[in-house]
Write a new protein. Structure first.
Ligand code: AP5
Length: 190
């Protein structure tokens, strides 16, 4: 069974995992079955076992070759999963050497998504959310730099659409309006 593959992306701190988890609960309550997979967790499992990192925020600082190897291993595992799948990941990862495609050709072609979702909001809102989130080691960067990352993610998403024929859906997760974002994502999943 092929199922529906929905890739969900957004810069760190935009709240994509918050939106995904609520939309997942909503469609599950309606009897629609999805597996909710976090791409970074698949990578982290290997990176931690190999002693490369001790927390998930260290992965984007690994050298490019290591990150690409971990990406490939994660993609192979995820591509082998049947049925409806949500993949929580990144259109691009900001590394010290520049933007790394989160879903390079060998990853996106293995997954062949139906839709790629970009969760976005205003840059200053993301900045505040990062500063308020004490559970993670978030990159501290200015609103201009966050804006650049969000722009780059649109460019990467267009490239993924060209490679696979998937649609690109932009969902805004604004302050005080998380329910609206959840409803929009649930509609994509139905
Ligand atoms: P990942 O686990 O995806 O980490 P992340 O980017 O930090 O994403 P999170 O899910 O933690 O943040 P989020 O933006 O979803 O925010 P959250 O919901 O927590 O990836 C980890 C690592 O794996 C990456 O750094 C990378 O190294 C690697 N990786 C993953 N995919 C990869 C790939 N394809 N290729 C290479 N490497 C890859 O919310 C944040 C805060 O905002 C919370 O406090 C929340 O309460 C708040 N919030 C949310 N919504 C709202 C709202 N509407 N209003 C106000 N506050 C809100």
């Amino acid at each position: 069974m092929a199922g529906k593959k929905v890739i969900i992306t957004g810069v760190p701190g935009v709240g994509k995992t918050t939106v995904i988890n609520s939309a997942f609960d909503k469609v599950t309550a309606e009897g629609i079955t999805y597996q909710n997979l976090n791409f970074g967790s698949f990578m982290f499992e290997v990176a931690q076992a190999e002693g490369l990192v001790t927390d998930r925020d260290q992965m984007r600082k690994l050298d490019r070759t290591q990150q690409k190897r971990l990406q490939k291993l994660a993609a192979e595992k995820i591509a082998a999963i049947d049925g409806n799948v949500i993949i929580d990941t990144h259109a691009s990862v900001k590394t010290p050497a520049g933007y790394l495609a989160g879903l390079p050709e060998w990853v996106i072609s293995a997954i062949m998504p139906d839709t790629i979702v970009l969760v976005e909001t205003d840059n200053d809102q993301i900045l505040v959310r990062r500063l308020s989130d004490e559970t993670r080691v978030r990159d501290v960067e200015g609103a201009r730099s966050i804006a650049e990352h969000q722009e780059m993610n649109r460019a990467f998403a267009a490239a993924y659409s060209m490679l696979t024929g998937c649609t690109v859906k932009i969902i805004v997760n604004a302050d005080f309006l998380v329910d609206k974002a959840v409803d929009e994502l649930a509609a994509v999943l139905r």
